[in-house]
Design a protein around this ligand. Structure first.
Ligand SMILES: [Zn+2]
Length: 75
């Protein structure tokens, strides 16, 4: 019974992702080190990324930059 419950949970999460989430692919340009990389936003929130951190409405590169990355929409 317990394994069936887990399966149902995974299925409902997948359905929610498909219908409610909006993922955007954007290019982030770090003004400090000029690194230019693709990051993904889900409903305007940064999807967990090893190199970038979101504070409020800005995304900061992990090189130690005090300036937020410039973001460019790719589509
Ligand atoms: Zn940087």
């Amino acid at each position: 019974m317990s394994s069936l419950g887990i399966e149902n949970q995974i299925l409902s999460c997948t359905m929610a992702d498909r219908f409610e989430s909006k993922t955007d692919e954007v290019m982030a340009l770090c003004p400090a080190c000029k690194s230019f990389e693709t990051v993904y936003l889900n409903n305007d929130k940064l999807i967990k990324n090893r190199k970038f951190t979101q504070f409020g409405s800005h995304i900061y590169h992990d090189c130690g930059s005090n300036y937020p990355c410039r973001l460019y929409m790719t589509s």
